[in-house]
Design a protein around this ligand. Sequence first.
Ligand code: FES
Ligand SMILES: [Fe+2]
Length: 558
Amino acid sequence: MDFRLRRPAERNVYQFTLTAPKGPRYRAPMHPRFPFPSYPTGWYVVAFSHELARGEVRTVTYFGQDIVLFRTEAGVASAVDKVCPHLGAHLGGGRVAGECIRCPFHDWAFDVHGTCVDVPYAPKIPAKARVRAWTVDERHGLVFVWFSHDGREPGWRVPDLDFEGWTANRTIRWEVASHPQEVGENTVDCSHLLPVHHVTRTDIASVEQTGHTMRVVLNLLATGAAIQMPEEVNEVELDVTLHGLGQIISRTHVITAGLRTRQRIHPTPIGPDRIAIFAVANTREMPDPDYTAEIDQIFWDAFVEDFAKDFPIWGNKVWLEKPLLAGGDGPIGRYRKWCRQFYAWPESSADNTEPVAATEPAAAGRANRAAGPLQSFATRLAGLADRFGGVPAVFAPITSRLGGLAGIRTPPPPARADEELDAHLAEGPVRPAAAPLSVPKPATRFDSVQAYFDGLEKRFDSRAGAQIDAVFQWVLRGSPDQLHYAEVRRGVIKQGTGRHASPTITVEMSEADYLLMINGELNGARAFSTGRGKLKGPVTLAMKMQRLFPIDGVNAGG
Ligand code: FES
Ligand SMILES: [Fe+2]
C-alpha cells in the first residue's frame, strides 16, 4: 500500500491518497473541523435549470473539482469531468454541437454519456476515448448529480413533487463555511428555534427514519416577527423530510392562517468546509391570485431573511462529537447515527468507526503506515486513543491538530455513542407540555360590527399610523351592507361611512364573519386564504391594521 500526503490546495485543507494493491485510487478529503469526509454520498444540486440554457457550457466547482455542465440543443442537461482525454484541455472552454460537447483544443466530440463520438481529423476513434460523465437528474428546476466515493450507482431516485396548485419556483443560492451534515442537523435542533427563528414553542410530533430518508414533524407556536408582526402568534406544523444530506424538503403549514409553503434546501459541498445552499420555495395557491402573489412574496422575504440567520453560527461553530445535550434538545444523536450511512465507513467494523478506507476493502484498517514522523506520531496517538477508549484530555488538542495535518484523525465514537447522546430526550421539553398548543384570543368582545366601528377613532393608535398615508375601506355584506372607511394621514384618522372614492385597501366579507374575526374566532389570514373574505390592496398594509386599530384594552361597548 502506498500512502502519500498531498500538498494542501488551500490553507488547512489536507487530503491523503491511499492506493490499494488492486483497485482505483481513493481520495478522502476531510477538514479539521469535521471528523467525517467532506463529501457524503447522495444527490446534490449543482445548478438551477434556468442557469443552463440550451447550447450553453458552464463550469461549476463542487466536491473539490471542476464539473463541466452543458445543455444539448435538444435540451438535455449533462455533466462531465473537465479533462479531455486527448491532450488534457479543459472541456469548460468547449462548445455544444447538437447533442455533444466539443473540446476547444482539437474539436473532439463527447456525448452526454462521455463517449467520444467524433474525432474530426482521424479515420478511427480511439477505443478508450471517453470522459467521465456524471449521473444527472434534472427535476423541478434543479440539476442534480449523483456523488459517490466509489462510482456506485445511485442508491435512490430524486423524489417527485406535486406542482399542481403551487406558485412558480423562487430561487436563491448562498455559500457558507460548513458541511451538509450541519444543515440537516438544524432540522432536529429544536432548541435553536426560539433564539434564532422566533419560535416560542416546539413539540416533536414524530421522527421517522427509513433508509436514506429521515422525516421530522414539529408542532410550533411561532411569532410573526419574520413578517414584521411580532405580536401575531401562529400555530405551525413543520414537516421536514431529508433525502440523504443533499435534499431537505420542508413543508410549512401555518394552521392558524390556512397558509402553506414549501422550501427545498439543497446543500452541496464545494470543497472541504465550504458548501453552497440552493434553495427553492413555492406557496400553495389560494382562491384569489392577487392574495396568493402577495403572500408568496411575504413568505419568500421572510424565508430568505430567517434562514440566513443560521449561517454565521454554522460558519463559526465547532462540531462536537460529545455535545452536552439537555431536555428540550431534539434527537441529535439519532440524526447523527442516520448520517453515517452516507460516508465511506469500513464494512469490517461493526460500529462503523473508521471513515478512511471503506470504499476499498483491500485498504481497510488503520492508516498506520503513514510516511513521515508527523503522521506516525499522530497515528500512534490515535492508536492509544483506541486502546484506552479515548484521548486523554491533555492530548486532545495535539491529536486534533496533527490528525488534521496528517489526514488522520481520532476515529469518531461508535454508532452506539450517537444513541447515547439522546439520553436527554427522556427529560422532555424545556417547558413542560402542560397545555396543548394554542393561539391566544383577544380579551375584548364586540356584540356587533357597529360597536367595532363606533370605537374605531378612539382605538386608533396614532403612533402606529405616524408613517401611514392610506384609506381603509370595509365592505361588509349583510342586511343592509355595512360600508365604512378610515382615512389615515400621518397619524391622523378621519372616519366615514359609505364608499370612499379611492381606497388603498378594501376588506370585503360578510358582516357575520367580520364579527367572528374581530372577536378572535376567525383568523383574518385564514378568511382571505380560503376565499371567505376578499382583500383588495397590499397585504402588507392589511397586516398593519391590527396595530392601527387595536382591539384589546378598550371598552368595546359590548
Ligand atoms: S485536448 Fe481535447 S480534443 Fe485535443
Ligand atoms: Fe435554523
